[in-house]
Design a binder for this molecule. Sequence first.
Ligand SMILES: N[C@@H](CCC[C@H](N)C(=O)O)C(=O)O
Length: 211
Amino acid sequence: MGPWILEHWDTDGSKSFCSNGSRAALAVPGAPGETLVEAISNGERIFLRRRNQEVGIRLPEGEGFGLRHVPLSTDLPAGFGWIGNPQLVLRVPSVAAVDLPAFAPPLRHHSAIAGGTNVNVVEVVVPGEARIRSWERGVEGETLCCGTGCAVAAAWLAQTEGPSAWRFHTAGGEEVSVTVVPEADGGWRDLWLSGPVRRLGIVQPDPSLRP
Ligand SMILES: N[C@@H](CCC[C@H](N)C(=O)O)C(=O)O
């Protein structure tokens, strides 16, 4: 069988690569058990793997993917990465203290990042464990968990201070974990994001919507 083909649309109707949407694909009835599934998700090559109630995704890697410098004038330590979508990560003393609706939009539309960016604030609890909140492009608001934001946060934290495995407490109250092999040029290998996936219901598409 060839790779699965997945497409994701954000709430504003724009198409975008989404790691959590991709992971949710393994919740569809009849999805394979613990077999590795290759997929092309919004044009990006990924792998999916179920382990009990968790689904992991190996995120895109290679040319074009990784951390890169962007000329931002902020007092906060910050990293930026392309993971199939743009992710800006800023380290803060407390994510709870950030007024995200005021803080994020100017960075979301920052002129240094063509096309804009998702914005994540991260608070390191101890090395390998952090809290994160995300303001998503295409939603133009805070979401419960941005998987690609967590993945880039882990890659940046691994590169700047280690370790290479991180557990994130997300705004939705659930945890996701990320492991990564950082490369010297800002790239990454074997970047895996794992977290819970639950089926909430079964949707019957309106037959009039069939192509
Ligand atoms: N809408 C974003 C990316 C969405 C990421 C997604 N929520 C995830 O979990 O990976 C964009 O493309 O800017």
